[in-house]
Design a protein around this ligand. Structure first.
Ligand code: 2NE
Length: 270
């Protein structure tokens, strides 16, 4: 597959191929652990994907086959968070999680090797996960003095159930790709050498579908779980559709033309 670079970054690669934006964490020497800079770059790339009309689906992955992501880089974890070049401790991966959930395009985690700790949460918040046979999943927080009580706990529990989610966090065990498939944590398991090919096939199937239908569905899935913020997303999409209608345009046009709006011709559906 002929990926073309969208923009050069320091700790990620950001590429494009036929409607797909691919974000690759590029720190294989650390099993693709993220620093504040990695996350900042992923946020920039994900935001680009949101605004780029050519991109209909996003793939999130890690460089190589050893790891998708091993979570926060423990060597830069300081007092109160992960410390970047500016010396400020942060947990900016939480902003990235929210962005993955709210970008109105499907995001697919393409997982080979370890998806562990905060790296596991990243695949959890993606819309879909395609796993290589060598993929390994788990949380390590209680072992390394951390936890993710946000999507990492509650959304994980929505996916695998309360008992299993508690087991995952309390025991910090590792689960292989087939165990992950059985508990509904991943969508498909494929031979490692077929991972990218299969992911691109899934992307192509998605790209054939109606973008507004996909957008509405993503926000509808979120709305059930995300409270007011979820309803806001779904309602924003309803507003988008309404703005496209002649009825909404009549309201705006009447204001601009300084006349009374005439909504009488629009049906009052039962
Ligand atoms: C990922 C895992 C299981 C891989 O094991 P293995 O045996 O395949 O590789 P190895 O030798 O452990 O790792 C290779 C190199 O990568 C570094 C290692 O220290 C090692 O470096 P060298 O010895 O070669 O110099 N490395 C791997 N993961 C790292 C990390 N997260 N930070 C810094 N360096 C890392 C094994 O390496 C592992 O268990 N890694 C740690 C996983 C972990 O606990 N992650 C943090 C969880 S907390 C978190 O991510 C988080 C959160 O809970 C809440 C909010 C935000 C983040």
């Amino acid at each position: 597959i002929n990926w073309e670079t969208i923009k050069e970054f320091n700790e990620i690669r950001f590429e494009y191929y036929e409607g797909i934006g691919k974000i690759t964490i590029n720190r294989p020497h650390k099993r693709n652990a993220f620093t504040p800079l990695t996350v900042q770059e992923m946020i920039e790339a994900m935001t680009h994907c949101r605004y780029d009309d050519k991109i209909g689906v996003v793939v999130l992955t890690g460089e190589g086959t050893e790891a998708f992501c091993s979570g926060g880089d423990q060597s830069v974890r300081g007092h109160g968070g992960y410390v970047g070049n500016d010396g400020v401790p942060r947990l900016n991966v939480l902003d990235l999680q929210k962005l993955i959930r709210s970008i109105p395009k499907p995001v697919i985690a393409m997982v080979a090797g370890w998806a562990i700790g905060g790296g596991h949460v990243l695949h959890v918040v993606c819309d879909l996960t395609i796993a290589a046979e060598n993929a390994k999943f788990g949380q390590t927080g209680p072992k390394v003095g951390s936890f993710d009580g946000g999507f990492g706990a509650s959304y994980l529990a929505r996916i695998v159930g309360q008992k299993k989610a508690r087991e995952i966090w309390y025991l910090c065990d590792v689960y292989d790709a087939n165990e992950a498939l059985q508990m509904g944590l991943v969508n498909k398991v494929v031979p490692t050498e077929k991972l990218e090919e299969t992911t691109v096939e899934w992307c192509k199937k998605i790209l054939e579908k109606s973008p507004i239908a996909l957008r509405m569905l993503k926000s509808a899935f979120n709305a059930e779980l995300d409270g007011q913020a979820g309803i806001q997303e779904l309602a924003g999409n309803a507003t988008l559709l309404y703005y496209l209608s002649d009825e909404a345009k009549e309201g705006k046009n009447a204001f601009m033309e300084k006349r009374k709006p005439d909504f009488s011709k629009f049906p009052k559906f039962p």
